[in-house]
Design a protein around this ligand. Structure first.
Ligand SMILES: Nc1ncnc2c1ncn2[C@@H]1O[C@H](COP(=O)(O)OP(=O)(O)OP(=O)(O)O)[C@@H](O)[C@H]1O
Length: 797
């Protein structure tokens, strides 16, 4: 609905007629956001603020002009005079409309620039005394030249704009005044509000024309470029259309020659036969036949043809039929597990139990196994052995970094480049729907914004639902109930709760040096000999060399790097054999530095802990346990505690607790209590790039600080773990098995650990028990007695 000014006024009630009249040189001001009105230009303005509505209504009523001033900050809801630019445009209100939704619209026509001199009070809207600024009209030859140039530029820019109305060009061509031309061109250019305001504020006509001319030149450049890009895109499109056309013509020629039809008909017949043979369930076969009929009707040149064809290929190639299953032979399974893996007795026992349950109830709901452990401990190869023992196909599907539900469940076919998700892809790769499918890194399954992959995974693993698993691409159900799912993870706690509940967790904590030695001797060396084309009788790898590779060249929970280093050594031998060296090549420990370089992990512990203030702690990490050093130093100062080495909040608190405890025990330890106030203590945990957290280094922190303050170094054969309380009790911590394995790897022989962790060492390997002396801690005093050298460092030196 459009109303004229009088009606508009009736619509929005005026602010009152009994207002004092405005002084002659004053006008009502309407502040606007992010827009600039130029003289000579007509613009619509929507007004919402009460003050502005009152100003507009008063102007209409009194038949006076208004002043349009832009706010300095467009975001400001209730600007004050100080928040407005000083220079604006006096305008006539040519129309005032109140829309049915209650909004007020003005159409204003710019008349002349003005400068606000003073704001006045006494009206329910802004009123300012103003000074009008008219353009000077002298026309020097210079101004004339600029004028002509600007006119030419403005016309060129408008001609390049695809949607510019022709009246605009006429308007530009008919303007006679240089200042007005610059204003008009600036009004039509799509400039930032601040840029427009700057031009409005440029009173000098020559300078104004120069500014606008510069902006126009840039604009013309951009428009020309965009036109060029448009032309190129169109050419590319034409090319594609041409290709489609050619294809159609080719199909027509083939039809004429009776070729195309024949090959297409043959294709369709072959697909039809393949559908009949695929053993699809009825619903799937119906769908496949429907798609086949569609394909028959489609021209081969259409892009849909290729898509439908690919879809049919997927349906045909999926293993719908259940292969014949041989019953599991438990004795044989045991043999296979032993053949493929050294040690892991308890785990093999659980796998045999799992297979026995499968054997007794082949269609039953067997639990889903989840192998949790650091890399290279044999999770994948255990899965392969299970497949071998069950006489099934094996396939791995990686879930690490999957954030999108579609990666599991596929994209709908309408999506360009759609494919089935990785479960169905895995099934096709395995070629059997009763395969053993290993879902790797289930702990790294993300939850993203594109649907929840975890929910999709739950459905895949749920025996109640997975018989009718629906992949978005296939759009027909696929029976996953016969798939034997096995999952793997590095970190137990990162597996989403609901998924964890579905699975039976089997933890592999890593191997001791002796276990690694046996694995290498029996499996890895043989495998690497074969991989590098070397015969067993050509190389003799000494036991000592193997032990050195384990102890000095690798430090890992699993055996992956060990296998790699063995590979390097054997390749070295392979080169010598290839060069014609005769006789078996013997490799001893002494040869290793020449082949592998200097040892990577020397006895770091003894080196580091030789000075007071350093203690060896034990940490748990997702890739197994590791040792870490806590280093404390003291400088003259005033009692500050400095912590470095990327310590997490809990670990920082743990240092503070250790220090408080030490202050408390200062007397007992013979430390002068005053020394704390006179020194700054710096605690650093090296390997700064790795963030560290958790309370389990409490004992090590306390011992490091005690060692520092008593000047007694910590025994280099000892590592420790445990949380401490402020009262000096040692509290239990997690990851004991991994930590002990790490201690053994690092050559530690004594480990101090919380007495309340005794239950955690039940299934520690014989060998680790033999290597490590375990010292159980109830309170920190036990730790002090066991860890510190008896004599102060100075005295022993
Ligand atoms: N107990 C063992 N006996 C024999 N070989 C082993 C044993 N444990 C691991 N291996 C061998 O070590 C190599 C690495 O193991 P595998 O790839 O199964 O580790 P993984 O735990 O699956 O690691 P990731 O999590 O990185 O995939 C394999 O060649 C495997 O056969």
């Amino acid at each position: 609905m459009k109303l004229d000014a009088a009606q508009g006024e009736a619509g929005g009630r005026p602010a009152g007629n009994n207002l004092p009249p405005l002084p002659a040189d004053a006008i009502a001001i309407i502040p606007v956001r992010e827009m600039t009105l130029f003289p000579g230009v007509v613009l619509p303005v929507t007004v919402g603020r009460q003050r502005s509505i009152a100003a507009a209504q008063s102007a209409v009523r009194e038949q006076r002009q208004v002043g349009i001033l832009m706010q300095r900050d467009g975001e400001q809801a209730e600007p004050q005079p100080i928040d407005l630019h000083r220079i604006g445009t006096v305008a006539n209100v040519v129309r005032y409309v109140t829309a049915p939704d209650g909004t007020h619209h003005l159409v204003v026509q710019g008349d002349e620039r003005f400068q606000a001199v003073e704001f006045l009070s006494g009206w329910p809207f802004f009123v300012a005394r103003v000074q009008r600024v008219a353009d000077t009209e002298d026309r020097t030859p210079e101004i004339e030249a600029r004028f002509l140039n600007l006119q030419r530029q403005a016309v060129e820019a408008l001609e390049l704009l695809p949607q510019a109305p022709p009246e605009m060009i006429v308007a530009v061509q008919s303007v006679r005044s240089p200042g007005a031309l610059a204003d008009l061109a600036a009004a039509y250019l799509d400039l930032q509000p601040a840029e427009k305001q700057e031009i409005l504020e440029t009173i000098d006509v020559s300078a104004r024309m120069d500014k606008v001319s510069k902006l126009l030149a840039h604009r013309i450049e951009v428009l020309r470029l965009s036109q060029e890009i448009g032309r190129q895109t169109k050419a590319a499109l034409d090319e594609r259309q041409r290709e489609v056309l050619l294809r159609e013509q080719m199909a027509a020629i083939q039809r004429q020659l009776g070729e195309g039809e024949q090959s297409k008909a043959q294709d369709i017949a072959e697909l039809s036969e393949a559908i009949a043979k695929a053993g699809m369930p009825k619903e799937v076969e119906d769908q496949a036949r429907k798609e086949l009929r569609r394909l028959e009707r489609m021209p081969e040149a259409s892009p849909d043809y290729g898509m439908t064809r690919t879809y049919l290929d997927w349906l045909i190639e999926l293993p719908w039929k259940l292969p014949e299953e041989t019953p599991i032979d438990i004795k044989e399974a045991r043999k296979i597990l032993d053949e493929d893996h050294y040690g892991l007795d308890k785990i093999k026992r659980r796998i045999v139990e799992f297979l026995a349950v499968r054997k007794l109830a082949p269609g039953g709901k067997a639990p889903i196994l989840c192998f949790v452990g650091p890399p290279g401990v044999g999770k994948t190869s255990l899965g392969q052995s299970i497949a071998r023992a069950m006489n099934r196909k094996f396939v791995r599907v990686s879930l690490g970094g999957v954030h999108d539900e579609a990666e599991i469940r596929g994209h709908r076919r309408t999506y360009i480049g759609a494919l089935p998700g990785n479960i169905i892809q895995g099934i096709r790769k395995a070629g059997a729907r009763n395969c053993v499918m290993m879902l790797d890194e289930i702990d790294k399954l993300g939850s993203g914004i594109q649907g929840d992959p975890r929910a999709a995974m739950l459905e895949v693993l749920d025996p109640e639902q997975n018989a009718t698993f629906r992949d978005n691409y296939l759009a027909v159900p696929f029976d996953l109930s016969r798939v034997v799912f096995i999952t793997t993870a590095n970190v137990l706690d990162s597996i989403p709760g609901p998924l964890r509940d579905r699975m039976e967790i089997i933890q592999l904590s890593g191997y001791s040096a002796e276990e690694k030695f046996n694995i290498a001797k029996r499996y890895l060396v043989a495998r690497q000999l074969e991989a590098n084309g070397v015969k067993a009788e050509q190389v003799a790898l000494d036991d000592d060399a193997l032990r050195d590779i384990i102890g000095l060249y690798t430090r890992e929970a699993g055996v992956r790097n060990l296998e790699r280093e063995i590979g390097k050594v054997l390749r070295h031998a392979a080169v010598r054999i290839a060069e014609g060296e005769s006789g078996p090549i013997r490799i001893t420990a002494a040869d290793l530095p020449a082949i592998l370089g200097g040892p990577v992990f020397e006895s770091e512990v003894a080196m580091r802990t030789s000075v007071p203030g350093v203690a060896t702690g034990l940490a748990w990490t997702p890739v197994g346990g590791d040792i870490l050093f806590i280093e404390a130093t003291r400088n003259a100062g005033n009692g500050k505690l400095i912590l470095t080495g990327q310590l997490g909040e809990v670990m920082r608190e743990s240092v503070q607790a250790a220090l408080s405890l030490l202050k408390n025990r200062a007397g007992q330890l013979g430390i002068d209590a005053g020394v704390f106030e006179k020194s700054d203590i710096h605690v650093h945990v090296p390997a700064g790039a790795i963030p560290k957290d958790g309370p389990s280094a409490g004992v090590a922190m306390f011992i490091a600080l005690s060692s520092l303050m008593t000047d007694r170094s910590v025994r280099s054969d000892t590592a420790m773990t445990g949380e401490i309380s402020l009262r000096g009790l040692v509290l239990p911590v997690g990851g004991i098995k991994e930590k002990l394995a790490a201690a053994a790897r690092a050559g530690i022989t004594r480990v101090m650990l919380p007495a309340r962790n005794k239950k955690d060492i039940e299934d520690l390997s014989e060998e680790t028990r033999r290597q490590l002396e375990l010292i159980w801690l109830e309170k920190v005093e036990d730790a002090l007695a066991a860890a510190l050298d008896v004599q102060p460092a100075a005295a022993t030196a």
